[in-house]
Design a protein around this ligand. Sequence first.
Ligand SMILES: Cc1cc2nc3c(=O)[nH]c(=O)nc-3n(C[C@H](O)[C@H](O)[C@H](O)COP(=O)(O)OP(=O)(O)OC[C@H]3O[C@@H](n4cnc5c(N)ncnc54)[C@H](O)[C@@H]3O)c2cc1C
Length: 382
Amino acid sequence: MMKEQVQKPRALVIGGSLGGLFAANSLMQAGWAVDIFERSPSTLDSRGGGIVLQPQVVAAINHAGLDSTDPLGVLSRERVYLDRDGAVLQSAVQPQTQTSWNTLYRRLVRGIPDARYHKGKRLVSYTQTGATVVAKFADGTTEKGDLLVGADGGDSTVRGLLMPEMAPTYSGYVVWRGLVPEADVSPETARALSGKFVFQHDPASLMLQYLVPGEDGSARPGQRRFNWLWYLRAEKGTELDAILTDRDGNARRRSIPPGMLAEEQEQRFRCFAEHRVNPAFRELVQKTREIFVQSIVDLAVPQMVFGRVILLGDAAFIPRPHTAGSTAKAAENALALGAALTARPDDIDAALSRWERDQLISGRLMSDWGVRMGNRLMGITT
Ligand SMILES: Cc1cc2nc3c(=O)[nH]c(=O)nc-3n(C[C@H](O)[C@H](O)[C@H](O)COP(=O)(O)OP(=O)(O)OC[C@H]3O[C@@H](n4cnc5c(N)ncnc54)[C@H](O)[C@@H]3O)c2cc1C
């Protein structure tokens, strides 16, 4: 007698960055058929830099069977606080591994068959009837599934359709960022910074650096990059608007990518760095070819499950970067989703409800902690 073929449930994952890749890998492990729909027509490419490698990220990679002998990041052994002259104020042994967005992206995308990752597919709307969701894309095509996962980031279209009133709010400060190839820095600076997580904290200003793998993912000495970040206050209104206007005069919503800073803003920032930071950090800024900037925002949704439509990653919570938790949270959301659906394959709605309860608690905790820490570090009183 022929065995009856059971059809796998199908998930439509909207967004093909880290959140979408974690979700897709985890759902596949849970026995789902998965397709990713990413609005960008080309392969995503890191506009950013470093990410602290958290255990949830390693767990998600291992769970998807994507572990390998290639290192995922660069180890720093100690945390060091410098003053403006470069003198060590404090140091402590605290091993931590740092990676980069492109290293994680490259590893996670290996788990997804090419035919299941659809580029140039921008979700514009969806309809939900009972346990079926139909996604509609800007090119006029539609796709049907049992679950739609909104992993489409801080400006999520899915969240906008569900809760148009919910949007990220500006925190009062921005982060200026850059990457410098290890080979470009002087031996004195390499000695001061290599293998360390280094900070300079002044009133309303926090600068830090750590090494991350090279653009090609190599963690070999000499091929890595110094990743620096400098958090500085910027008043909402004229000051912030000027920072977020690119070199072609276009107002950007939240960030200016590498190479697009307005010349006047770049000169102002470089001049400021000459007078405000220690010699090693000063050299990093001087040697950065393309500085970029992002505004720091907060977002915490009250609900993550809406029938068969769910939100995860930055679409649901944007914790302050000091928590080093955005990517870890996306990984945790995805791992827990797979586990909940594996535990209750017969009742998807019950599994989602259980998942939401736990994820809302951890998202809220991380978000509140990040706001308190960020405001304290930047001297913001509310
Ligand atoms: C290119 C890139 C580089 C990054 N680099 C860094 C970094 O260096 N350091 C760091 O800490 N964080 C970085 N991030 C952010 C980091 O990935 C996230 O904070 C975290 O991993 C959770 O991500 P997410 O996938 O939920 O959201 P995001 O990473 O913002 O991804 C959302 C994805 O959804 C897609 N999307 C949005 N709307 C639609 C739509 N309507 N239809 C289809 N697709 C849509 C976007 O194009 C994007 O790829 C980067 C993000 C991107 C996209």
